[in-house]
Design a protein around this ligand. Sequence first.
Ligand code: PHE
Length: 448
Amino acid sequence: MTASSIAPARPHWSSRLMFVFAASGSAVGLGNIWKFPYIVGENGGGAFVLLYLACLIGLGAPLLIGEVFVGRKGGEFPASAFLRVAREKAMSRLWGGLGALGAIIALMILAFYSVVSGWVGIYTVDFAQAVLGGDAARSGADAFSAMLADPTLQLSAVTAIVVTAGLVIYYDVTGGIQSVMRYVAPLFVVLLVAMLVMVAATTGKLGEAFTYMFQPDFSALSVDAFGEALGHAFFTLSVGMCGMLIYGAYLDDEANIPRLGISVALLDTAIAIAAALIIFPIVFAFNLESNGGPGLLFIALPQGFTLLPNGDLFGLGFFTATLLAAFSSLIALMIIARHWLEETLNVSGSSATLMAAGATWIGGAAVTLSMTVWDSISILGLSLFDFLDQATSSWLLPISGLGMAIFVSRAIVPDMPEGPVKIYLRAGLTYIAPLGIVVLIWSKAVGF
Ligand code: PHE
């Protein structure tokens, strides 16, 4: 045990770069590639991007840094980490509840994340078959609906992806992630950059996409857009769910957490923007719907790929990159569930991994069935999929984010050395985050 750590000894990342790989692997996921482009499309482009960047800088990045600090200080078990730090600071034991809340949110997200990851897997295999000279790849609304109506296909995809993720984390969290991310991270970046260059060259629409993304039209914004930008800033950086706390626990005591945290936030943002700059030129080149919602990635984009020369290859490259991103985020989400189950049920790491994988599979199966066999069931007028997505992004994440902001601003920030980092974190966590989140929750509950 060292001076700044009050938790028992634990494994460490082999290098700080590994932390950046692992934390970016958690952050960069379906949120960047699937969700960000379609919510930009639904909210009219540039003004929303600005709002989102403001939420990232004002609240998201400070919370990410704060979570990593709690993890390094309190250890890798979410509830115990908050409890330990709270005890040291003579704060209430109730703060331990933030760990449980984070894990419950992660389990809810896992239920639909595993399903969408499965879709990505299905499209990847399809494009691979098309490249190898098999049938044409899935494309268009009908093919997407046909996949949604096929529970067996979706369940097989969910099973494959959950079992593989479970195997990676079965024995040793840091070891498993490190050996996977060592290959996944560089491969992902190479694929993404290659796609960006090739799409820009073949469609000639990069400039148009740029204007769409960065020229704000504030008339397209609504209060709902603020909620969406804020919720997504949390979701994309994996904050409010203790994911960053766990990865922070494996950092050495000398690591410069603010610098590492900012690197992860910058990488995550750059990749979301790159994904949008791959998707929108295709959308514009073929006059596809830019506001197509969740179907953008699975309906509009494959349609565009079929119209491009060597489109199957583009499709394969793009969906492989998306699958890698989804997979490393799924691992991160399952690790949250695993650690929390391990500490709460007092079971071994491997039993907890099995339970986390089992819970993910059951959640994924329920979401799949709710779209097919049980499609008459709704919760508060929403499908199970939409309920889980909206309940986590619009409500639970802002609430846990608010709790974490208050906790970190009282338990961690006062001990930091004076300087710009402390000023930044204090501004974000003590003022901007609580104010922004309270306004958001108020607007949702009461309406404006
Ligand atoms: N940040 C991931 C994404 O954008 C989702 C995620 C949330 C992953 C929480 C891990 C923990 O897709």
